[in-house]
Design a protein around this ligand. Structure first.
Ligand code: BEZ
Length: 249
């Protein structure tokens, strides 16, 4: 299946994703006049900030709905799968926030990024790192297992360790300036059921439509002691992998 994005639901329940992207923008240190490729731009909230910094930004995403939302901001947004980048030496920097963990073919992405950059160009990104949303993955795994589904067969997320991603980047022709993996417990603006509806579609689609509300309720009940604090706020166990690398030649 392909993940479907609803820009309105995203805006209401997942705005924290772009709001928390500011440190990655800081790491990029965008300069006015630089040509920047934004990979997995979503609705373009961070692309807009790059443009405000004076960058000439091309934003790509595989979701037509999100690209449409980005176009409505007046951005140069294109429907392109990050595995199929065909830019050649066109960018001073490639930027990505919270997108690369949706693509398990990491080497393919890295190759496309390398080709898109000019020699010395930088690749600055943040994605989920090893251990990200482990509690949710486990709870979805148990709920599907009781229904005879092996969740590994539908799990779309790729959360590498820093060693694994460093090796891939170096093999792909990049020099690492920094790479860190760190926990970032993330408060949700609402109930975890909204998060599941937006982000866990691959798991929910593995069961019959009329069974999905029951699965969500079961997962919610399993997660509540671990993820809901005494003020009633859901705090999800996000882990980030953040890096800055340069194309070496
Ligand atoms: C993340 O940004 O790390 C993330 C997004 C969706 C699902 C899981 C993790």
């Amino acid at each position: 299946m392909t993940q479907q994005w609803d820009p309105d639901a995203y805006d209401q329940h997942a705005r924290f994703v772009s709001d928390l992207g500011a440190p990655v923008l800081d790491l990029l240190e965008p300069l006015a006049g630089e040509r920047v490729l934004d990979l997995g731009c979503g609705d373009g909230a961070l692309t807009e900030r790059l443009r405000r910094a004076g960058c000439l930004v091309v934003a790509v995403d595989s979701s037509p709905e999100q690209v449409w939302a980005a176009l409505e901001r007046g951005l140069d947004a294109r429907i392109i799968d990050v595995r199929e980048l065909d830019f050649e030496g066109e960018f001073d920097a490639v930027f990505s926030n919270a997108a690369l963990h949706w693509v398990s073919e990491a080497d393919l992405v890295i190759r496309g990024v390398w080709r898109a950059l000019t020699p010395g160009g930088r690749f600055v990104a943040e994605m989920g790192g090893a251990g990200c949303v482990q509690s949710i993955r486990d709870a979805l795994g148990s709920a599907l297992a009781t229904r005879g589904v092996d969740s590994a067969s539908v799990d779309p997320w790729y959360f590498p360790t820093e060693d694994e991603y460093r090796t891939r980047l170096e093999r792909g022709g990049f020099e690492i300036e920094s790479i860190q993996r760190f926990p970032r417990p993330t408060p949700l603006p609402g109930d975890v059921s909204h998060w599941l509806g937006i982000f866990a579609q691959h798991f929910l689609d593995a069961v019959a439509t009329d069974e999905r509300p029951t699965v969500i309720e079961e997962v919610r009940t399993q997660l509540e002691p671990e993820l809901r604090n005494t003020n009633g706020v859901w705090v999800v166990d996000y882990v980030r992998l953040r890096f800055k690398a340069r194309r070496t030649e």
